[in-house]
Write a protein that binds this ligand. Structure first.
Ligand code: GTP
Ligand code: SPV
Ligand code: MN
Length: 612
C-alpha cells in the first residue's frame, strides 16, 4: 500500500477530516498511488495523457478523447439518490435506503482501483466568497486521469478550498471509481453500474463510467443533486439546471439577468452564448454567466433573488455547433483554449475534428477520418450513414475562453434575477413565449414542463415526457416538497422575477421544419419579456399567459413566413385542453403538492374552458 501520509503531505492537505476520508477510500479501492491535484497540474497531466494515449492532439493546444462505446451519456436508470429517510423518496429520484446503497457501492469499489493512481481533486462549486460557498466544497477521488482534466476545466480546483473550512467536515465526499468498463453489462439486466448520491451523508459514490455527469462529480452529482438536497434541508437555496445570462441595454444603460431551465441538450449553452442579431447588436449585448447550473438564493442585504453559476467551464453539446448557430462556441474552443473534445470524429494525421452540423456536409475526402468509435470512415460499407460523431459528443472548455463571459462572473456577489424562463423541445402547442402571471403559476408551469428527451441520457432520445423544471434527472427529493421549497425561497424575495415559458422548437407538422429560426433570434422574445415586466408593452392575454402581439415583437431582419409566425404567436385552445388532462394526472402523482399549485392549475383550466 502507498504511504498515504507522505502523498497527502506532498499535496498540502492539512484538513484532518479530508485526510481521513482519502485514506479510507484509498485503502478500500486498493489504489497503488495517491496524487493530490490542482489546476496548476494541468499541463503535466495533459502530457501524461498524451504519452499514455488517453488523449490525442487536436491542434494548437486542444485534445481529443474517446470514451468507451457503451459509456457516452448519463444513465438515468442507474442513478440513485439514497438517504436514511424513506420520506425523501420522490417521483424521479430513484430513492433507495442509504445503508443498502453504501454497502453495495463499497462492494463494487473494493479493490477496483488496484494498480491505479487515485487522484484527489479538491474543488469549489461557487465563486470564492459567495454566500453559498459553505455548501460548495468537495473532494473528488477518481482513478481516471482524463476525469481530472475535465474537472480542472469545469470547477475551481485546488487544495486551498478544503484546508481552511470553518467546519473541517463540511465538504462533499465524492468518490469515482471507473470499473472495468468492458465487463459491466451496461444496459443489460446484469448492469453493474450505480451512480449514487447519499444526500443526507453528503457523499457521492459513482461506479462504472468515465463520461460526463457520471464521472465529473462536482458538476451534476454535487452541483445539482447534492446541492438541491442541501438547499432544501437548509431552507436557504435552490440548485437548478439553469442557464444564466445578462442582457445589457446600451441605450438605457440597464442590466438585466435571466435564468432558465431547458432539459439536457435543449439550448441552454446556445442561449448563454448568444450574439445579439445584427439588427439589435448596436443596442443590446448578451453576457454569459452560466449554461447548465444556477444556484439561487435571497440576498440578505437587498432582499432580492440572486443567482450564480457554480461551474468554471462549459461541457457543451457539439452537434449542430457552427458559425451560423453558435460562433461564440467556436471561439470558445479555438486554438490555444485547452479544449478537450470527446466522441466526435477525428483525423489523427492532422488533428482535425468534425461533428454533424459542423459543416453542411462531412469532409469531402473521408480518407484518414475516424468516427467516434475510432473506425475509419473510408472502410464503411456502402449505405452506412450512421453519424460520424456521437449525438451526445461534447467539448470541454473553461469560462475564460468564452468571448461573451460576463465581467463579474467570478465575483462573490452573484447577480439579481429579473426573469425565470422554462422551455424545451416541444413540437406543438407551446408558443414562442408566454409570460406567466405569478410565482405559483410559474412553479406550476415548471412542474408541467413537457418536452422531448435527448441523447444526453442513454436510450431516451425523442421520448415525450414531463421533465419538471428541467431537473427530472437531477431531482434529489419529492416534487411536492420541492414545489413548497421553491415557493418559499423565491416567495421570500422582495421583488418577484417574472416567469415565462419559451419554445424555440415548434415544428410544421407537414414537413417538420422549425417554425422559429432560433439561436440569435431568441433574444427577441426575451427582450419582449423584459419590456412586459417594465410595463412598456402589454401583450395579449390568453388562458395560458400573456403572449406578444406581432407588432410588439421586434422582427427586424427575421426570416420567417406568415404562417409560421401566426402558429408560434397563437394558442391552440383544443390542444391545450387535451394537455390539461395529462397535467391533472401528472400533478396527481406528486405527494404533498402545495395547494397553490392546484389553484394555479384550476385557474388555467377554467380560463381555457371559457375560451370555447
Ligand atoms: P446540456 O448541456 O445537455 O444540459 O444541454 P443544453 O441545454 O446546454 O443544450 P445546447 O445549448 O448545447 O443545445 C443542444 C442542441 O440544441 C444543439 O444541437 C443545438 O444546436 C440545438 N439548439 C440550441 N438552440 C436552438 C434553437 O434555438 N433552435 C434549434 N432548432 N436548435 C437549437
Ligand atoms: C446534461 O446531460 O444535462 C449535461 C451533461 O449537462 S452531463 O454533465 O453529462 O450531465
Ligand atoms: Mn445539463
Amino acid at each position: 500500500m502507498v504511504d498515504i501520509d507522505t502523498a497527502l503531505d506532498a499535496g498540502g492537505v492539512t484538513n484532518p477530516q479530508v485526510r481521513e476520508y482519502i485514506a479510507y477510500w484509498a485503502e478500500l479501492t486498493g489504489a497503488a498511488r495517491i496524487e493530490v491535484v490542482s489546476a496548476a497540474d494541468d499541463a503535466r497531466l495533459i502530457a501524461e495523457c498524451l504519452e499514455a494515449g488517453e488523449l490525442e492532439p487536436a491542434g494548437d493546444g486542444r485534445y481529443y478523447s474517446r470514451s468507451y462505446h457503451k459509456d457516452t451519456a448519463r444513465s438515468e436508470e442507474r442513478t440513485v439518490v439514497a438517504t436514511s429517510r424513506p420520506t425523501d423518496k420522490g417521483e424521479y429520484n430513484n430513492w433507495k435506503p442509504a445503508a443498502e446503497m453504501v454497502a453495495l457501492q463499497k462492494e463494487r469499489m473494493a479493490g477496483a482501483s488496484a494498480g491505479k493512481t487515485m487522484y484527489v481533486i479538491p474543488y469549489l462549486m461557487a465563486p470564492v466568497g459567495n454566500a453559498l460557498a459553505p455548501w460548495a466544497t468537495g473532494v473528488e477521488l477518481t482513478d481516471c486521469r482524463t476525469v481530472v482534466l475535465h474537472m480542472i476545466r469545469m470547477a475551481r480546483v485546488g487544495v486551498q478550498y478544503v484546508n481552511d473550512l470553518e467546519d473541517p467536515n463540511s465538504f462533499v465526499r465524492a468518490v469515482h471509481v471507473t470499473g472495468d468498463l468492458e465487463n459491466l453489462g451496461q444496459g443489460t439486466p446484469d448492469d453493474q453500474r450505480y451512480f449514487v448520491t447519499v444526500a443526507d451523508e453528503r457523499t457521492i459514490l459513482h461506479y462504472g463510467s468515465s463520461y460526463g455527469g457520471n464521472a465529473l462529480l462536482g458538476k451534476i452529482a454535487h452541483g445539482l443533486r447534492q446541492a438541491a438536497y442541501d438547499g432544501w434541508v437548509s431552507k436557504k437555496f435552490l440548485a437548478e439546471q439553469y442557464m444564466l445570462i445578462g442582457i445589457h441595454d446600451k441605450q438605457t444603460g440597464k442590466d438585466y439577468h435571466i435564468c432558465g431551465g431547458f432539459p439536457s441538450a435543449s439550448g441552454k449553452t446556445n442561449l448563454a452564448m448568444m450574439l445579439a442579431p445584427d439588427a439589435l447588436g448596436d443596442r443590446y449585448h448578451v453576457s454569459f454567466y452560466g449554461d447548465d447550473i444556477a444556484w439561487l438564493w435571497v440576498d440578505e442585504a437587498s432582499g432580492r433573488l440572486y443567482g450564480m453559476n457554480p461551474e468554471y467551464g462549459v461541457f457543451g453539446v457539439a452537434k449542430d455547433t457552427n458559425e451560423g448557430t453558435n460562433p461564440t462556441a467556436l471561439d470558445s474552443i479555438a486554438p490555444g483554449t485547452g479544449t478537450i473534445f470527446t466522441n466526435i470524429a477525428y483525423k489523427p494525421e492532422t488533428g482535425e475534428v468534425w461533428w454533424e452540423g459542423r459543416t453542411k456536409n462531412p469532409p469531402a475526402d473521408p480518407h484518414g477520418w475516424l468516427d467516434w468509435l475510432g473506425k475509419p470512415i473510408a472502410d464503411r460499407e456502402e449505405g452506412d450513414d450512421s453519424p460520424w460523431a456521437h449525438p451526445n459528443s461534447r467539448f470541454t472548455t473553461t469560462l475564460d475562453n468564452v468571448p461573451n463571459i460576463a465581467k463579474d462572473y467570478d465575483e462573490p456577489a452573484g447577480v439579481p434575477i429579473d426573469a425565470i424562463i422554462f422551455g424545451g423541445r416541444t413540437r406543438d402547442r407551446e408558443p414562442l413565449v408566454r409570460a406567466i402571471h405569478d410565482l405559483a403559476e410559474g412553479v406550476y408551469d415548471g412542474l408541467t414542463l413537457g418536452a422531448e428527451a435527448t441523447a444526453a441520457a442513454e436510450g431516451k432520445e425523442g421520448v415525450l415526457r414531463y421533465d419538471p423544471m428541467s431537473n427530472r434527472p437531477f431531482m434529489a427529493y419529492g416534487e411536492g416538497d420541492y414545489a413548497r421549497h421553491y415557493l418559499d425561497v423565491v416567495g421570500a424575495a422582495k421583488e418577484q422575477p417574472i416567469f415565462a415559458h419559451v419554445n424555440w422548437f415548434q415544428r410544421d407538422p407537414e414537413d417538420g421544419h422549425f417554425r422559429w429560426p432560433g439561436y440569435r433570434d431568441n433574444l427577441r422574445p426575451l427582450l419582449w419579456l423584459l419590456q412586459l415586466k417594465n410595463g412598456e408593452v402589454k401583450g395579449q392575454e390568453t388562458a395560458v399567459g400573456i403572449i406578444p402581439t406581432r407588432e410588439e415583437l421586434n422582427l427586424d431582419g427575421v426570416d420567417i413566413s406568415d404562417a409560421d409566425l401566426e402558429a408560434i404567436l397563437s394558442i391552440d385552445v383544443n390542444r391545450w385542453k387535451q394537455e390539461m388532462e395529462h397535467r391533472e394526472e401528472h400533478l396527481s402523482s406528486f405527494e404533498r403538492l402545495p395547494e397553490e399549485i392546484w389553484v394555479a392549475h384550476r385557474r388555467v383550466a377554467a380560463a381555457l374552458d371559457q375560451q370555447d
